[in-house]
Design a protein around this ligand. Structure first.
Ligand SMILES: Cc1cc2nc3c(=O)[nH]c(=O)nc-3n(C[C@H](O)[C@H](O)[C@H](O)COP(=O)(O)OP(=O)(O)OC[C@H]3O[C@@H](n4cnc5c(N)ncnc54)[C@H](O)[C@@H]3O)c2cc1C
Length: 281
């Protein structure tokens, strides 16, 4: 735990107030599970976002998840937990422990920008983030990381999960050394079929390579060009394994990560295909 040097703990009631308080010596706190684990050199003030009206989950066409909704809130929301065959719920159940999920917020998770099972799934689901830096704007989650916006100073206020019809399925897999651990590699897919049984949309995201999750467009695009048979699914998985920025670290070698990627992406695609086939008359 690292709260050394903290002299003030503030709980603003409005977004404007919260933003004005942040700066070189003051950082935001969602659930605090990451903040307390890492020393923040020069930080003297913690700005707790818990009093802002951002702890909500609204279901309309898709879902709007307020930034201070906890991972448990997400798991316990019947609509969100059931969305796309429960892919988010399946993934969230593997994030840390119940105690961690009771505290950790979706905004804090995305803003910390490292080690994540959540990011690949949200990327595959084409999620958006809404930011507030004096004005509010919404952008794809992929752009949020591509533009390095998680390094601040904007606050995340909301995460959007778009709707999906019966022609769409998703799947997620996480490979770990032991059950309670960060992933060696994780992957998620979302697949949408046209009337002729061909894929008309495909998103494949791979994470913990060990970099944060990212979309693997060449593998996904490959599947749009022909029938969705075993051979083409295996080829798409091989393309993904080739494309990812796999590196060695203490958890796994780059070579092993490429192997996991090939197996994991194929299994996710197979699972999504299976779910879609079950729904067909
Ligand atoms: C023991 C343990 C096990 C874990 N296991 C897993 C796992 O299996 N899978 C996985 O994916 N993750 C795992 N994690 C990571 C965990 O999910 C994150 O620590 C958690 O989601 C962070 O959320 P938080 O609300 O606590 O963030 P905080 O600690 O509050 O904040 C994190 C960062 O985001 C900033 N911030 C907070 N809220 C906002 C906001 N609304 N807008 C902008 N910036 C903001 C803070 O300033 C800080 O820099 C684990 C963590 C721990 C401690």
């Amino acid at each position: 735990m690292s709260l050394t040097g903290i002299t003030a703990y503030l709980r603003p009631g409005t977004l404007e107030e919260a933003l004005a308080l942040l700066g070189e010596h003051a950082i935001a706190v969602g659930g605090g599970t990451d903040v307390i684990r890492h020393p923040h050199i020069g930080v003297t003030t913690l700005v707790d976002l818990g009093a802002l009206p951002l702890r909500y989950i609204r279901q309309d066409r898709g879902f709007a998840v307020g930034a201070t909704a906890t991972l448990t809130d997400m798991l316990q929301h019947p609509g969100l937990a059931a969305h796309l065959d429960g892919v988010l719920a399946q993934m969230l159940r593997g994030v840390g422990s119940p105690l961690l999920r009771n505290a950790a917020t979706i905004g804090g998770h995305l803003a910390r920008g490292r080690y994540s099972d959540i990011v690949p799934v949200l990327l595959a689901l084409d999620a958006t983030v809404t930011l507030f830096d004096g004005t509010e704007r919404t952008l794809p989650l992929a752009d949020y990381y591509r533009e390095g916006l998680h390094r601040g100073p904007a606050l995340i206020t909301e995460v959007g999960v778009p709707p999906a019809g019966a022609d769409t399925a998703a799947a997620f897999l996480k490979y770990t050394r032991v059950a309670y651990d960060f992933a060696l590699l994780n992957c998620a897919v979302r697949l949408r079929l046209g009337g002729d049984g061909r894929a008309i949309e495909c998103r494949i995201a791979v994470g913990e390579t060990p970099a944060l999750g990212s979309l693997v467009a060449p593998a996904a695009d490959y599947l749009l060009d022909g029938p969705l048979d075993d051979e083409r699914v295996a080829t798409a998985a091989a393309i993904a394994a080739h494309e990812i920025a796999a590196q060695d670290d203490q958890r796994a070698s780059a070579e092993y990560r490429r192997h996991l990627c090939r197996v994991g992406v194929r299994r996710c695609l197979d699972e999504a295909r299976r779910r879609l086939a079950e729904r067909r008359p």
